[in-house]
Design a protein around this ligand. Structure first.
Ligand code: GLU
Length: 469
């Protein structure tokens, strides 16, 4: 079998949105799964709307997702000579012609077709006129006048178009630039692309492209049109359904692997499996399991899957992801300490932001106590317990979680306090919060010195509170 060669050809008219990222992912995975090649091509022929900032944003998003390309990025604006060459071939073989009909004339033709109950279209007036190039001339493709054009779609199965419904579409505009359909076919042919997976918003372009392949005598690639991604209300996904750009998810603390996992499930399934690592996907992905109905983008599900990936990711990797966020808040903890912190948090965090926020109490010099929690729990009845804890921790040589737990239980016994009383007070003193990782873990990770200092500060807080009353 030929090497599978796929491509991703974004138009740089904005950021990479989740729908586009899913298309890139499907093509990339299919190439990776089959030991093939993945080509990146920037379709920047719309010079009014294309920007360098969009190119940069797209590349940055792909890099963040870890979608790497084997060739490119190619830029269509650098390939105009090639498109001209192919247009010339079509003209020379009488498969294309110059047309000088004005937009007004074409409007009339479209109206006439409508009156006859046909699809509005160009009527082929210049088809046999043998016109030469002129200032406002365009070049049209001589489309077949009868018969059908069929997309053998790997996802949607056969889609049949009546050729009478299609017109002699333009392949070169009056400003002498190629149209999308022409440029795409020339690129896909010359880049040896043999598998094209794209959004089904392109279904209507595909018969025109198939006609061009046939006219050029080129072998057709495999086509697959993926149903759109919808918002929760089943309308086409847009800004009002939440963040659309891939980098926004990065900035909200999502992991690239979780994003890949979530994106692939928008339209592809593998039994009832929900969790996939990058390596799983490179092994399991196939075109047969791409579904035929639209999928719904659900940010709650994305959040849940991100949590699962956080739990499955090495603490070392997680701490790397956390470093920029921590630095922004003024913390640069040493590697070993940060990894210990992360270990206590990864089970309970769904995003990198939650990890960063959750780690702050370990790193801050001074805690601000939760008001409600401290009122409820920091009372005189825990003073003796905290004092005894301080004494016993001070004497503890082997400062490990097991020993810490032993000491804690010993203090409960000696003082007759219930865990339900001493625990929450110690938690407030050590973390400022009513909700945190397990106390013994926290005591261990904080280290003896900080634990004791915080317990003492807790006692001071209780003392001050009762002085005021
Ligand atoms: N540049 C087109 C787009 O961004 C891609 C067309 C294609 O996949 O053929 O929609």
């Amino acid at each position: 079998m030929d090497t599978i060669i796929t491509r991703f050809p974004p138009s740089p008219t904005g950021y990479l949105h989740v729908g586009g990222a899913r298309t890139a992912l499907f093509n990339w995975l299919y190439a990776r799964k089959n030991g093939g090649k993945f080509v990146l091509r920037i379709e920047d022929t719309d010079t009014e709307r294309s920007t360098q900032a969009s190119v940069d944003a797209i590349l940055e998003s792909l890099e963040w997702l870890g979608i790497d390309w084997d060739e490119g990025p190619y830029f269509q604006t650098e390939r105009f000579d090639l498109y001209k060459e192919y247009i010339r071939k079509l003209l020379d073989s009488d498969k294309a012609y110059y047309c000088t009909c004005t937009p007004d004339e074409i409007d009339v033709m479209r109206e006439e077709a409508k009156v006859k109950g046909l699809k509005p279209k160009y009527n082929g007036r210049c088809r046999e006129r043998g016109l030469k190039e002129s200032e406002n001339s365009v070049i049209r493709f001589k489309a077949p006048l009868a018969g059908t054009t069929v997309i053998n779609d790997v996802i949607k199965k056969n889609i049949v178009f009546q050729n009478t419904e299609l017109d002699d579409f333009i392949i070169e505009r009056s400003d002498k630039t190629p149209t999308y359909n022409l440029a795409v076919v020339v690129d896909d042919v010359t880049m040896n692309i043999n598998t094209i997976i794209r959004g089904d918003d392109h279904v209507n372009n595909t018969p025109k492209q198939i006609m061009l392949y046939n006219a050029l005598g080129e072998k057709l690639p495999v086509f697959g049109h993926v149903p759109m991604v919808l918002g929760k209300d089943k309308s086409r996904l847009s800004k009002r359904h939440g963040a659309m750009s891939v980098t926004e998810y990065r900035d909200m603390g999502y992991l690239p692997d979780a994003m890949l996992n979530y994106l692939v499930r928008l339209g592809w399934s593998f039994g009832d499996e929900e969790f996939f690592t990058r390596e799983d996907l490179k092994e399991k992905f196939n075109l047969e399991n791409i579904g035929r109905s639209p999928s719904v983008f659900d940010t709650d599900k994305l959040l849940a899957i991100n949590g699962e990936h956080i739990r499955a990711t090495k603490v070392k990797t997680l701490s790397e992801f956390m470093k920029p966020g921590l630095k922004e808040k003024g913390f640069e903890p040493d590697e070993a300490h940060l990894e210990k912190i992360v270990k206590t948090l990864s089970e309970r965090s769904r995003t990198i932001h939650e990890l960063v926020d959750g780690s702050l109490f370990y790193l801050e010099d001074e805690l601000t106590y939760c008001e409600k929690g401290s009122k409820k729990n920091m009372k005189q009845n825990v003073v003796e317990g905290i004092q005894t804890l301080i004494e016993d921790f001070e004497a503890l040589e082997d400062y490990t979680q097991d020993k810490i737990e032993e000491i804690f239980k010993g203090v409960l016994e000696k003082t007759g306090l219930k865990f339900g009383k001493l625990g929450p007070a110690v938690r407030i003193a050590l973390t400022g919060k009513t909700n945190s990782p397990g106390i013994y873990e926290v005591v261990e990770v904080l280290g003896k010195e900080t634990t004791i200092a915080r317990l003492k500060a807790g006692l001071d807080f209780i003392e001050a509170r009762y002085k005021e009353d």
